[in-house]
Ligand binder design. Structure first.
Ligand SMILES: Nc1ncnc2c1ncn2[C@@H]1O[C@H](COP(=O)(O)OP(=O)(O)OP(=O)(O)O)[C@@H](O)[C@H]1O
Length: 211
């Protein structure tokens, strides 16, 4: 589903690339754990995979289609239909209800889809509660419901268990595992070793050399 070949990304203010010569692939049903120390480029890679930024060189194909040089409208369509991201710390709107958070970026008519997605993460009955009044683990579940509601074939997660206790982390990891089992290609970026047991493969980014 995802094929990355010789990918490099540098920022304008630094000569040394943040990620350099990366190659890997993730099939449907697989969970790739991207590990590495702080500053090694995990979020940078996730932003490229999520089509939020691009790379300087290399190839990135989703389902056979090259993305790096693709026209803006192709990237925008894939961002909407193909790739979903669970952002670090959930990125929920605190004042919006759980269901309205899930509906961000969806058609309001899809409310029943959003509710089903919340039920699937164990949040049935909590749809109307503002996200800001939920625990970290509950917010993590709503974030996963939001990312999985559109049923995209690629799911990316940025530090989904950071700051969660073991019980909540294991609930969130189980949901990611279920997404994988349903045939989604999952990439989890995390420095947290608790991700290890659900991963089908691990990519460890090297510590960055001083620029
Ligand atoms: N927009 C940017 N402009 C310039 N440099 C950036 C930008 N974003 C990240 N960097 C630099 O790229 C390097 C990698 O950052 P990145 O956030 O990808 O690492 P990370 O592995 O996700 O780190 P952490 O685990 O601490 O979140 C860092 O040195 C950072 O300062």
């Amino acid at each position: 589903m995802i094929e990355v070949s010789d990918l490099s990304r540098s920022y304008a203010n630094s000569r040394a690339p943040v990620i350099s010569g990366l190659s890997f692939s993730v099939r449907r049903g697989e969970i790739l754990w991207v590990a590495g120390p702080s500053g090694s480029g995990k979020t940078t890679l996730l932003n490229v995979l999520g089509l939020l930024s691009t790379a300087n060189s290399g190839e990135y194909r989703i389902d056979g289609q090259e993305m790096l040089g693709a026209p803006q409208q192709v990237r925008a369509r894939s961002r909407r239909d193909v790739v979903s991201t669970v952002f670090q710390r959930g990125n929920l709107f605190a004042h919006l209800s759980a269901v309205d958070n899930v509906l961000v970026g969806m058609h309001p008519k899809e409310r029943s889809v959003a509710e089903a997605s919340l039920a699937a993460v164990g949040m049935a009955g909590r749809e109307r509660q503002p996200a800001g009044l939920m625990s970290g683990g509950e917010q993590g579940r709503v974030a996963i419901a939001r990312a999985t509601a559109r049923r995209t074939p690629v799911l990316l997660a940025d530090e989904p268990v950071s700051g969660l206790d073991d019980a909540n982390a294991s609930a969130v990891l189980q949901l990611l595992e279920q997404a994988g089992a349903s045939g989604v290609a999952v990439v989890v970026v995390s420095h947290d070793p608790r991700v290890g047991p659900i991963a089908s493969a691990t990519l460890t980014l090297p510590a960055r050399q001083a620029a």
